[in-house]
Write a protein that binds this ligand. Structure first.
Ligand code: PEP
Ligand code: MG
Length: 581
């Protein structure tokens, strides 16, 4: 649970997602607006000049038309009037432009109708300037609840994360990457809040309950007091868990298990170290890439990776190569696709852009010089040629660095993720070619069940405890053992205390998860005998659907100690969250 004031983040280019704000100083807002117009006109002129030789006369004339649109007196007057009536420049500009876009769209003439897109585009450009200034101006509250329509980790780049107490996104679900980042940071996060009137919440105090998915605004004193009390209990519970940190990882019947962490943000490194993790099972390298405005150079990447390798040394650190695409779009490498999760993602992009991949591999290898705890992992492998090409490129980078450039680098272990159904049927072939495998249950579940992990509308169909997922997991571990390939599991399922018992029962021993989940999982596994987990998993595998499995597991684990742990674990909310006003 988190209590703080709403800070709205809108994607600077989306006119329909502009928060409704009031103008504190209309004269200053008008000045800002005119400056934004001027800056956009300057951009258009520069853009036009730069393209002069490449465009036909007619196309070139379009730039003049755009500039004239921005000079249009009646348009400027309309916006100024709206500001004088008390609206902020961003709100006034977006509503006026959207009105004109709608008018253009209704015109019969197809040529003029298409101009709607131009007006929209111009509107976005001006908005970009207005919003850039906006963030500079508004002072941030002491406790921040970040609210946005489609939040991604990029939004964290502009705020002090230490002041963040809540995250609310209208789009996405509990399996989206924003949710994973929120979980890693231990920040109450509500996803898929589809009906939230978010543009009206700026500056309001909000209570965010990450376990029930509730967002409360204008709470009464009694409700607020109640939440503050629950926050206190939660803190105490987490503090008690910290006592488990140095207890060896053995089930009551002596089965050894390993708890690793998933990292990506600078801020979660510290928390990971405090949780007593034995290794980093997944460093999502795309997260530092998401926080920047351009691709980091080889030297900049070395700095990022070295920091991580040093922080955990001598413990192994598994660095996954760039896994962009899907719901992880770099602001400076946009990918527009109909079906992003079935499209250009992960290793597919890396192989199409070997120059990006090689720089990343070189940076990882160079960063590991003298530390020697690097493992490299490849995401989204769906066929053997893909894997072999990636391995060849890694060999090439390693050869160049050690044989031609004189670096003394220990060859890292190389692994592949099993997260695409095709890979499940080729675990042996993949396992023979790499040093380790790691199961990504987040993607594996979405692909096996054909449920977009990012879509709140189908979130109630997304179940990692689906019998088919469990059978796939059983097959993976059997195949990996038959080729003696090391295996871990790094999807969010590994961080869920109830699911982890099933995984233990299926034979998994190495679990990699968000730092905030680690001690809860540990507490569970210290209390459940491996032989009991095996019996439970065997029974679960015979059940027809995920709710039966969930109910069966929850009842079986209903010992007082365990029950307390489960009730403190955020539920995987399935229905859209509600706002209580
Ligand atoms: C997964 O798919 O389970 C995984 C660990 O990777 P990501 O969530 O980053 O896609
Ligand atoms: Mg994945």
């Amino acid at each position: 649970m988190g209590i703080g004031r709403a800070v709205l983040v809108s994607s600077s280019t989306d006119l329909s997602a502009v928060p409704e704000r009031l103008a504190k100083d209309p004269a200053a807002e008008i000045k800002r607006f005119l400056e934004a117009l001027k800056a956009t006109k300057r951009d258009m002129r520069n853009l036009g000049d730069g393209l002069a030789s490449k465009l036909s006369e007619e196309e070139f004339a379009l730039f003049e038309v755009y500039i004239r649109m921005l000079d249009d007196r009646s348009l400027i007057r309309e916006v100024k009037d709206a500001i004088k009536q008390g609206r902020a420049a961003t709100s006034a500009w977006s509503s006026v432009i959207l009105k004109h876009v709608r008018t253009f769209k209704k015109i019969d003439d197809p040529y003029l109708r298409e101009r709607a897109a131009d007006v929209n585009d111009l509107g976005r450009r001006v908005l970009g300037y207005l919003q850039a200034k906006d963030t500079e101006q508004s002072p941030l509250p002491r406790r921040i609840v970040l609210v946005g329509e489609d939040l991604s980790a990029t939004a964290l780049a502009d705020i002090p994360v230490s002041r963040l107490v809540g995250i609310i996104s209208l789009k996405g679900s509990s399996n989206s990457h924003m949710a994973i980042v929120g979980r890693a940071l231990g920040i109450p996060t509500v996803m898929g809040a589809v009906n939230l009137p978010w543009t009206e919440l700026e500056g309001q105090e909000l209570i965010v309950d990450g376990s029930t998915g509730e967002v409360i605004s204008r709470a009464t004193r009694t409700v607020r007091r109640n939440y503050v009390q629950r926050q206190r209990e939660e803190r105490q519970f987490n503090k008690d868990l910290e006592k488990l940190r140095d207890i060896p990882c053995h089930t009551p019947d002596g089965k050894r298990f390993s708890l690793w962490v998933n990292t990506g943000l600078r801020q979660d490194t510290l928390q990971s170290l405090k949780s007593g993790a034995e290794a980093v099972g997944l460093f999502r390298t795309e997260i530092p890439f998401l926080m920047r405005s351009s691709f980091p150079t080889e030297d900049e990447q070395i700095e990022i990776y070295r920091e991580q390798l040093v922080a955990f040394s001598p413990r192994p650190v598994t660095m996954r190569t760039l896994d962009i695409g899907g719901d992880k779009d770099l602001p400076y490498f946009p990918i527009e696709e109909e079906n992003p999760f079935l499209g250009w993602r992960g290793i597919r992009i890396s192989l199409d852009h070997p120059e990006i991949f090689l720089v990343q591999i070189r940076a990882m290898l160079r960063a590991s010089e003298g530390i020697n705890n690097l493992r490299i992992m490849l995401p989204m492998i769906s066929n053997i040629p893909e894997l072999e090409r990636a391995l060849q490129l890694i060999d090439r980078a390693y050869g160049e660095l050690t044989e031609e450039e004189g670096y003394s680098i220990k060859r890292p272990l190389i692994g592949a993720m099993i997260e695409v159904p095709a890979a499940v049927y080729q675990v042996k072939e993949i396992g023979r070619r790499v040093d380790f495998l790691s199961v990504g249950t987040n993607d594996l579940t979405q692909y096996l069940l054909a449920v977009d992990r990012n879509n709140p509308r189908v979130a109630d169909l997304y179940h990692t405890l689906h019998p088919s997922v469990l059978r796939a997991l059983k097959s993976i571990i059997e195949q990996a053992s038959s080729v003696k390939c090391q295996l871990s599991i790094c999807g969010e399922m590994a961080g869920d205390p109830l699911s982890v018992v099933v995984l233990l029962g299926l034979g998994y021993e190495t679990f990699s998860m968000s730092a905030s989940s680690l001690l809860r999982v540990k507490s569970m596994l210290l209390n459940v005998a491996c032989k009991d987990a095996q019996i439970l998993a065997r029974r679960a595998l015979k059940m027809p659907d995920s709710s039966a499995i969930y109910k069966f597991m929850a009842e079986a684990l209903n010992q007082p100690e365990v029950a307390k742990l489960l009730s403190a674990t955020p539920k995987r909310r399935t229905e859209a969250s509600k706002l209580i006003v």
